[in-house]
Each structure stands twice: as C-alpha cells, then as structure tokens.
Design a protein around this ligand. Structure first.
Ligand SMILES: *Cc1c(COP(=O)(O)O)cnc(C)c1O
Length: 356
C-alpha cells in the first residue's frame, strides 16, 4: 500500500460515518469519588469486585503491554480474544456482498467463518507444497486491476495453524508493501517460534495488523484476551466499533497478573518446545506415522496411514486429537497439541497399542 493512501479510504462508508457509542466510562475517566453515572450496583456479590464496569479501553493493560513490546499505547487494542479482532477487521473494511478477503489454505478456519458471517467472499491462494506463501501467485493476482479494488483483506497465519510452520518475514514485509488493502498477520503461536515476529513492522506500515493472544503460550485461553498491534488509525477504528465493554474486568485483571509472571511463562514455553521435539521423535518411531511436519508452534501436524481410524481409536481411549484430514493439502493428517508430559506419555503408550 502507498504511504499516501489513507486508512480511512479503505474503510466501509457506514463505519467511516458512524458515531460510536460513548459509555459513561468513556466520558468520565478522572478520579472522582462518587460514581452515579452508569447505573451500576454499589455492592458486589462476587469474590472479586465486578460491580463496576471495566475500563472500555483496558488502559492499564495497554500501558503494560506497550512497555513490554516497545510500541506506543496508540498502537495497541485489547479484544475478547484474537477472534474478536478478526471479526472487527472484517466489519471495518470489507463491504458485505462486494469486497473480498484473501486467505491461504490450509489455515485457521475462523478467517473463512467470519468472512461468511460478514457476507464477504474469500479468494483462496493455497500455500505451496512446503506450506510457504505463494508470493509469485499473489503478485500475479495483485496485478489484476479489475478486482484489486474489492480486495480489502489478506490473512497470513504465522506460525500457521494447522501446518505449524512460520512464514518468511521478508515475504510478509513484501506483501504488506504490495497489497492494496489491510494485511493481518496472526501470530497466535509466535511465542513458540524461533522465527522473528512481524510486530516491529507495525511502525513502518500503516496497513499492517499483527495479532497476538494470551490464549496459547500464556495459558489463558479461558480468559479471552487478544492483543492487536497496528497503526494508530486502525487501532482507533477498532476502538470505535468494538463492543463498549469488550474485555471483562476479570480478564483484564488476569492478564495484568500474568504479565508479572513472565519468567514463569517463558520457562513454560521452553518446556513445551522441548516436549514438542520429544513428541516428534516418539511419533516418528510408530509404524503408521508417515511424516511429522516441523513445527514453530505448540502442536504437531502428523501424517498417518489412516487419520480417521487413528482419531476414532484414540477417542475410544478417551484421548482427543484434531483430525485435519479433510483440510486442503492435509489428507491423512492429524494435529496434536503438545500437552503435559503425562498426557503425552499416555498418548504415545496408547498409540503404540493401536494398529491402523
Ligand atoms: C488459537 C488461535 C487464535 C487465538 O484466538 P483467541 O480468540 O485469542 O483465543 C488465533 N489464531 C489462531 C491461528 C489460533 O490457532
């Protein structure tokens, strides 16, 4: 995208023109002593006081993340998981029944689901055989003037779910420059990867959105806290269109607490990375395992002789894995999360007894 192209010109017209809801907490954020402006109850019946509405912009959390990531608070939006951010991006930029989003299967299913939910058609440019981005195919597509003006969003998942590989950062940077719309880089698994994050590119490209989450490495999938990093123009739009109180007080509190335990979290990540390599090693010794794909994430994509049967057999032993064999380019594949050492021991012992 050219630097003189304004984000506002990419926005849907109704979004550009809408006046956001202004909550009581938006309008007054000072240090008053009596708050009678939001029809809250002055009592809390829950152990943690939740009788007051949360900060709509999760400002304390944003400040802390800003120091951690070396970005300005203006570059950060907190959402109810990354999934909320994906939906918001569709709503902001993709005109229903006319604009398109580009996705690269096999990838995270939510991009397609939210496209359908928002009545946006997807264009699919599959990953190459080694699961890297088909940069050449994309550049040919971008040269087609007739539909480039409806192409608003490009989703890149890195490390990619379900294939596990990180994408080449230079490829991504090149796409951010050449793509005429918004490029979303979903880094849900970045903490497990040895490849560099794209978060620093946010300072250089206003059409780049990087998504990270507390759901995976931070062990907080149940709290629903996602981080969006982007240019101030895009962050402002997300703030304008999100639910006024999208992240609960409990979740904001949990994320703030987690950030104080960063060393523990980092140790946990190292443990998972070690277990991942051990698990890959054990899986490769099983007779029906054809291939264990390299992984930059906390899961392994594994090709076996009969994925449906393996899935059923394991389910029979009360172990659930993800059958991905119906996904494009993933025939015969299952996805296995790197669980605790005890869980993985049980998985391997059970798999040894199974015959496909
Ligand atoms: C798990 C996952 C997420 C995280 O979503 P949350 O809503 O933050 O829990 C995002 N993207 C991908 C590719 C994932 O696999």
């Amino acid at each position: 995208m050219n630097s003189d192209q304004k984000i506002s010109s990419l926005l849907r017209k109704n979004i550009r023109n809408m006046k956001p809801y202004s909550s009581a907490r938006n309008e007054y954020s000072g240090n008053a002593e009596v708050f009678l402006d939001a029809n809250e109850n002055y009592r809390s019946f829950f152990t943690v006081p939740v009788n007051r509405y949360p900060d709509p912009l999760s400002r304390e959390l944003v400040e802390k993340i800003s120091r951690w990531k070396g970005l300005e608070p203006e570059n950060i939006c907190i959402t109810n998981g990354s999934d909320e951010a994906i939906d918001l991006i569709y709503r902001a930029f993709a005109e229903p029944a006319s604009d398109n989003a580009l996705i690269m299967p096999p990838t995270y299913g939510v991009y397609q689901v939210f496209a359908e939910l928002n009545n946006v058609e997807t264009i699919r440019v599959p990953l190459q055989e080694d699961f890297s981005i088909d940069v050449e195919g994309l550049s040919i597509l971008f040269d087609h003037r007739d539909f480039v003006h409806t192409l608003k969003l490009l989703f890149i998942c890195s490390p990619n779910n379900p294939t596990g590989n990180a994408m080449n950062k230079d490829d991504i940077a090149g796409l951010v420059q050449s793509f005429p719309g918004i490029v979303v880089v979903d880094e849900a698994y970045q903490d497990f990867s040895s490849s560099p994050s794209c978060i620093d590119l946010v300072k250089d490209f206003q059409n780049l959105v990087v998504l990270q989450t507390f759901s995976k490495a931070w062990g907080m999938a149940g709290a629903r806290v996602g981080m969006t990093f982007s240019s101030p123009d895009i962050i402002q739009v997300l703030h304008k269109i999100k639910y006024p109180y999208n992240v609960s007080k409990l979740s904001q509190h949990a994320a703030l607490e987690a950030l104080d335990k960063r060393e523990e979290v980092l140790r946990g990540i190292e443990e998972i990375k070690n277990s991942r390599e051990q698990l890959a090693h054990s899986l490769k010794e099983l007779p029906y395992v054809e291939h264990v794909f390299p992984s930059d994430a906390n899961f392994l994509l594994v090709r076996v002789t009969d994925a449906d049967k393996l899935y059923e057999e394991l389910k029979h032993h009360e172990i659930v894995i993800r059958n991905r064999s119906s996904q494009y380019m993933c025939s015969g594949c299952v996805r296995i999360t790197v669980g605790s050492p005890a869980e993985l021991d049980r998985l391997i012992e059970t798999m040894k007894k199974i015959q496909l």
